[in-house]
Design a protein around this ligand. Structure first.
Ligand SMILES: NC(=O)c1ccc[n+]([C@@H]2O[C@H](COP(=O)([O-])OP(=O)(O)OC[C@H]3O[C@@H](n4cnc5c(N)ncnc54)[C@H](OP(=O)(O)O)[C@@H]3O)[C@@H](O)[C@H]2O)c1
Length: 436
């Protein structure tokens, strides 16, 4: 058999220890599929003495992980430390500069610096892979970059954060509110002690930016992702959505407008959405992730599975290593980095779709008339309207409506017309309805 692929593991936490376990358990199978063994030569983390549930004695311990980039017994550095900048980025740059391959699960780093790292990789002829950075164990990066590579991708969307999906589907199952479900997620180890990145949608936005870059051949543009988290979604919204035939999910959507004669514009958004009960994403519950890609010839592809966890994430990391061991040099973002396009940001006001709007209003006559007048003046056509129950503070009433399909700018205008109205006791919540 050919020479082994020698790897250095930086980070031995959930994912790093998972990679050690997988390479121990499946070493023969991995070697057969890769055409050569994949061997760990060096490992690094902060605390040498920590029990990680794996035997690290066969490998060289490196106190300063930055030294891994300079080692002559390392072909590929596997960065499993995390953080968009700091030591992870320094190591990633140093590894590529030294002509070594880089495999990472670090979505934050790829979302912020993926383009610069891909340029560095191209400059040094070094492989760069990040399957585990998007939706953990689901092979969606490879699926888009390779399996669907013959298609014009029209839209990519999905449930990209397991914590948010767990919270929303538990709210749906139990009728409980957001704060209780978040606590439950933390108790079960799904949500971080500081869950802000998850519940504010930032983690999903990192993954969406990566998928959009691959699917559309775009220069990655995380700053252009408009992001809204799930903190405003109430138990009442879930109940209203249910009554109307929908479930609520945090969905990242990327689409490229391709109107004839116009420069294509890229729309990237992460928002809580109403998903029709018949849509495959409506059945994705708990911490599962799912991504839909729509191609002009293949049609709708659905990728679904575990978006996190040591086993699934290690599976994706080692799949990348197998590709590298085989000599695969596919461009990390599907086309050579110099050919990636900088698409301008699309105006979300042009989106044609239906929306759910929830108003919290004072319980007095005339309020409904005021809301419907604003809708009329803004050109929004109402499909259904429900006024049901009291808001959680007891004195207010919730009014929920679904609009007919129309330009999103009209809904924005209607909400603007009502801003400052003494009838509204809280800002309205607008959630788009996912198109089938
Ligand atoms: N966990 C998942 O399910 C999952 C899924 C997909 C992607 N990811 C990504 O995978 C990466 C790793 O995640 P994780 O969950 O495995 O994190 P983790 O459990 O917190 O592990 C991080 C590891 O990095 C080490 N480390 C941190 N700072 C360091 C430094 N300055 N120098 C050396 N080592 C340092 C830690 O050392 P000590 O152990 O000594 O403290 C630890 O071993 C992140 O980018 C994450 O976003 C994770």
């Amino acid at each position: 058999m050919a020479e082994p692929l020698r790897i250095a593991l930086a980070g031995l936490g959930t994912v790093g220890a998972g990679v050690v376990r997988l390479l121990e358990a499946n070493s023969a199978l991995v070697a057969r599929r890769a055409g050569r063994p994949i061997e760990i030569t060096a490992v690094s983390a902060r605390e040498r003495g920590k029990d990680r549930g794996v035997d690290l004695t066969p490998y060289a311990w490196v106190d300063d992980m930055q030294a891994m980039a300079g080692r002559t017994d390392v072909d590929v550095v596997v960065e499993l430390v995390g953080g968009s900048d700091g030591p992870a980025l320094t190591l990633a740059r140093a590894a590529l500069d030294a002509g070594k391959g880089l495999v990472t699960a670090n979505k934050a780093m790829i979302a912020h610096h993926g383009l610069a790292l891909a340029e560095l990789a191209a400059l040094h002829g070094a492989p760069l892979r990040f399957e585990a950075a998007v939706a953990g164990g689901i092979p969606v990066v490879k699926g888009l970059r390779e399996g669907a590579s013959a298609n014009t991708i029209e839209r990519i969307y999905g449930i990209l954060n397991g914590t948010c999906n767990y919270i929303l589907s538990e709210m749906e199952r139990t009728g409980g509110d957001f704060a209780d479900m978040l606590r439950g997620a933390q108790d079960q180890g799904f949500a971080e002690a500081d869950p802000a990145f998850d519940i504010e949608g930032v983690d999903a936005a990192h993954k969406l930016a990566i998928l959009a870059a691959i699917g559309f051949g775009a220069r990655i543009d995380f700053a252009a992702v408009a992001t809204t988290g799930i903190g405003e979604v109430s138990a009442a919204d879930i109940a209203q959505a249910d009554a109307l035939g929908f479930v609520i999910r945090l969905v990242g959507v990327a689409s490229l407008s391709t109107r004839e004669g116009e420069t294509p514009h890229l729309l990237q958004r992460v928002r809580p959405c109403l998903v029709p009960r018949g849509h495959p994403l409506a059945h994705v519950t708990g911490a599962t992730n799912a991504v839909v890609a729509e191609g002009d010839f293949v049609g709708r592809l659905l990728f679904q599975g575990a978006g996190a966890g040591d086993g699934p994430t290690a599976s994706a990391v080692v799949a990348d290593l197998i590709d590298i061991a085989r000599g695969d040099r596919t461009a990390p973002f599907s086309v050579p980095v110099a050919e990636l396009e900088a698409f301008p940001k699309a105006d979300p006001g042009h989106r044609l779709g239906r929306d759910y709007i929830r108003f919290t209003v004072t319980d007095r006559p005339g309020v409904l008339a005021e809301i419907t007048a604003a809708m009329r003046d803004a050109g929004v056509s109402i499909e259904s309207l429900i006024q049901r129950g009291r808001a959680s503070n007891g004195g207010d009433v919730l009014v929920a409506m679904v609009t007919h399909e129309g330009p999103e700018r009209c809904v924005t205008k209607a909400v603007d017309l009502l801003s400052g109205s003494p009838s509204l006791t809280a800002p309205p919540l607008v959630m788009p309805i996912l198109k089938d």
